[in-house]
Design a binder for this molecule. Structure first.
Ligand code: UD1
Length: 448
């Protein structure tokens, strides 16, 4: 069993490089199935979720090759199946993102129900209702979902909730074909905007992706393109919080400044000093939010300096541009050391407090009441052995370990590997004492 062993209490100092966004790469890979020729994606992170999506695409008949370290070619010309294997769909919920592309390209898709996961029940009802509205016949029974495009039609779809995955699946399903579709109350996450940009470069007609209303006019064909994925805002946020929790000084990038504003505002409110290396970030102090750059995505490096315990905060996770749920566990680790009582309310996922018991074992004082965690800041945490149950909970525990006194052992790092490329190596470059070690599994005592 591999674990991270962390000797806490060292200030992070240095540069932390951010890879391409996991949650954008996965959707672009699925969308590449709709093209008539190969697509090349640059800045794709080397993480296990990407490997799982490669296996999904290969099982459907596409070919995937790493051309170099972070450059992935997807050739969909061999696409000949519409049913991704059950074990892969169960391993990674994002496998459901092939639904829209397969329906558009093959007219049909069947997959096992992805079910719940450790951060709460995550149904796909909004995906399925939307596909029905586009003219698909959807059968949802016996743990499987099967959709066939029967009568493509124009549609106005109002999502009950701005689901990221449903918005993306519906944009893809509508991109290829003869219909014209408006999606209202669409998710506004940067990864949705990125998918829209990517599809348009392939020849699609998508307007407003990344805003509340998205319009898609189907086209007859899409072509393969070469495209560089946006930086991962959650990875960037994790590194900023790592700098903050160790009261260090870190330079994190590349990031698109507009993608990390919700976190930057909270870090400033907590007492950190932030500046943009290239001066191209949101220039709050000069009163201008204007951004410049290529394709609406200027990148910059953000410099964070933290000197003392954070001031307490009240934070609610919300769909973008609200505070991202995927940074909630890392923020909670940070606030567990605040000088006062913080409130963190999780509104996006139903059960995303896996990390709380583990933080408490490290000395944090946290009580969960419904969807809100009341965090009474303590002056210090103490290292112990903790278990990561999901990707971002794992990142939160690593951050707690960096700040704790003594040794922290984080188990369950396979969850962390799903979304962070060599997290330990990257943190070490900024001065952290963290290493991956192989532990012998302890034998389970007989008769228990
Ligand atoms: C994506 C991200 C995930 C992030 C989440 C919210 C990927 C691969 N994953 O997940 O990291 O935490 O956005 O920012 O991009 N819901 C329904 N019915 C549906 C769809 C969603 O009730 O049909 C609910 C979910 O149960 C959840 C909430 O809506 O409580 C948010 O889900 P959604 O926005 O769809 O997130 P994902 O796309 O699954």
């Amino acid at each position: 069993m591999s674990v991270y062993r962390i000797e806490g209490g060292r200030r992070l100092e240095g540069r932390l490089t951010v890879r391409g966004a996991k949650n954008a790469s996965l959707k672009l890979m699925a969308a590449a199935l709709m093209a008539e020729g190969p697509t090349v994606l640059e800045a794709v992170p080397r993480i296990t979720d990407i490997e799982t999506m490669i296996s999904v695409l290969q099982a459907l008949g596409a070919q995937c090759h790493w051309l170099s370290d972070h450059v992935l070619e997807i050739d969909p010309r061999g696409l000949n199946r519409w049913e991704p294997p059950d074990r892969l769909v169960r391993r990674m919920r994002a496998s459901v993102q092939v639904m829209g592309p397969l329906l558009a390209k093959m007219g049909r898709v069947r997959l096992t129900y992805p079910g719940g996961c450790s951060i709460g029940a995550r149904p796909i009802d909004l995906h399925l209702e939307g596909l029905r509205a586009l003219g698909a016949e959807v059968v949802d029974e016996g743990g499987y979902v099967e959709a066939r495009m029967v009568q493509p039609r124009d549609a106005v779809i109002h999502l009950d909730y701005p689901s990221v995955g449903a918005t993306e699946n519906l944009i893809c399903a509508a991109a290829l074909g003869s219909g014209s579709v408006r999606i209202l109350n669409a998710a506004q996450e940067p990864e949705v905007a990125e998918l829209g940009r990517f599809l348009n470069r392939m020849g699609a007609r998508v307007r407003g992706a990344g805003q509340g209303t998205v319009e898609v006019e189907g086209v007859r064909r899409l072509t393969g393109v070469r495209h560089a994925v946006i930086p991962d805002r959650i990875e960037a946020g994790t590194y900023l919080l790592a700098g903050a929790i160790t009261r260090g000084q870190v330079e994190v990038g590349p990031v698109v400044p507009a993608h990390v504003e919700a976190l930057v505002a909270r870090l400033e409110a907590a007492g950190c000093q932030l500046a943009w290396a290239g001066g191209r970030g949101p220039r709050r102090r000069e009163g201008s939010l204007a951004l410049e750059g290529v394709e609406g995505n200027p990148v910059d490096w953000v410099i964070l300096r933290a000197e003392r315990r954070p001031r307490p905060l009240h934070v609610r996770t919300q769909p973008h541009p609200g505070f991202p749920t995927d940074l909630q566990p890392q923020l909670m680790a940070y606030l567990s050391l605040a000088d006062g009582t913080s409130l963190v309310t999780e509104t996006v996922h139903t059960a995303r407090f896996n990390h709380v018991d583990e933080l408490v074992r490290m000395g944090a004082s946290i009580q969960v009441e419904g969807r809100t965690a009341v965090i009474r800041g303590v002056p210090g945490l103490t290292g112990t052995t903790v278990q990561a149950d999901d990707l971002r909970a794992g990142a939160g525990l690593v951050l707690a370990g960096l700040a704790a006194e003594g040794t922290t052992v984080v188990e369950g790092i396979e969850h962390i590997r799903r979304g962070y490329e060599d997290l330990a190596g990257r943190l070490r470059e900024a001065g952290a004492a963290i290493e991956e070690v192989e532990l012998e599994e302890e034998p389970v005592p007989a008769g228990v």
